[in-house]
Design a protein around this ligand. Structure first.
Ligand SMILES: NC(=O)c1ccc[n+]([C@@H]2O[C@H](COP(=O)([O-])OP(=O)(O)OC[C@H]3O[C@@H](n4cnc5c(N)ncnc54)[C@H](O)[C@@H]3O)[C@@H](O)[C@H]2O)c1
Length: 274
């Protein structure tokens, strides 16, 4: 029996420059002001996407917007705290008529705290920021584009698959939730034309991890040893760069990955393989 593709374009041979292009698409990226989110915004703009950029740090977003003018794409910036559902709802009210084709849920915080010292307030903030924000963003995206489909890229961590650094149980739990959510949505909404995947970064050199590195200078023994152990265990023996994750996000966003759905994509220099 001949199986016919749902859409003709699936059977067409597209040249590589068209497959990698995001021209004519709009992408919403959270946590775009710094680190991996910033690098992803730059690559997406280079690939031709118009951008809706979200962060609590509006100054960083302003600087990034300036930098992106050279790509000649439309860029809107929003000061939104994604840990507050009301703010997410307001954002999607604004985006109603211009829902993004691609959603990147990149925001994540990773403060350390001994498990026995975690209180309700601390845990709630971690879950609201890392997991619940991703849940609500995905719900808006799917509700908004149920007739058209779209691409969702979530962010987990190697910590969700292999807890390595001490005092991160709260973070590991939130990121394991992101993986479960991603796979559930991929399974349930693939038939509506959604591709939902999750990137699992290893140690990436960003403003977030640089803050932790400062602790090493303060000679915090635990932090220093887990950093060294990470480098020893990782076959590439180095931290990754934000752009090395951004390039994978670009592949997942564009038609290069048109048959990739529900995938857990590890970008860790081989850390989990060792
Ligand atoms: N850097 C790593 O080594 C690493 C490893 C594994 C997973 N990750 C994940 O990758 C993602 C990006 O990490 P990063 O290191 O680039 O982070 P980062 O701390 O360098 O940057 C995060 C950005 O998110 C913004 N932000 C934080 N809380 C916010 C909120 N409530 N609302 C809106 N914006 C908010 C910050 O202002 C900042 O611009 C996170 O989900 C993180 O958990 C990072």
């Amino acid at each position: 029996m001949k199986i016919i593709g749902r859409r003709n374009e699936e059977n067409e041979f597209k040249p590589i420059h068209k497959l990698i292009s995001l021209k004519g698409r709009r992408a919403l990226i959270t946590g775009a002001g710094k680190g991996i989110g910033r690098a992803t915004s730059i690559r997406f703009a280079e690939a031709g996407a118009d951008l809706e950029l979200v962060d609590i740090d509006i100054e960083s977003l302003g600087k990034l917007k300036e930098e992106l003018t050279k790509f000649n794409v439309k860029v809107n910036i929003y000061k939104i705290d994604v840990s507050i559902k009301k703010e997410i709802d307001t954002l999607w009210e604004i985006l109603k008529t211009k829902a993004p084709d691609v959603l990147v849920n990149n925001v994540g915080i990773y403060p350390t705290k001994p498990f026995l010292d975690v209180d309700e307030h601390f845990l709630k903030n971690i879950l609201d920021t890392n997991l619940n924000s991703t849940f609500w963003m995905c719900q808006h995206m799917i509700r908004n584009r149920i007739k058209r489909g779209g691409v969702i890229i979530n962010f987990a961590s190697i910590e969700a698959l292999l807890p390595f650094k001490k005092e991160l149980a709260h973070y590991d739990m939130s990121k394991a939730g992101v993986i479960a959510l991603t796979r559930a949505l991929a399974h349930e909404y693939g038939k509506y034309g959604f591709r939902v995947n999750v990137i699992v970064p290893g140690g990436i050199w960003t403003p977030g991890t640089k803050k932790i590195a400062k602790d090493i200078l303060k000679l915090k023994y635990d932090v220093a040893t887990s950093g060294i152990e990470y480098l020893m265990r990782t076959p590439l023996h180095r931290m990754g760069k934000p752009d090395e994750v951004a390039r994978m996000a670009l592949v997942l966003a564009c038609d290069m990955s048109s048959y990739v759905n529900g995938a857990v994509i590890v970008v860790d220099g081989g850390f989990l393989s060792a």
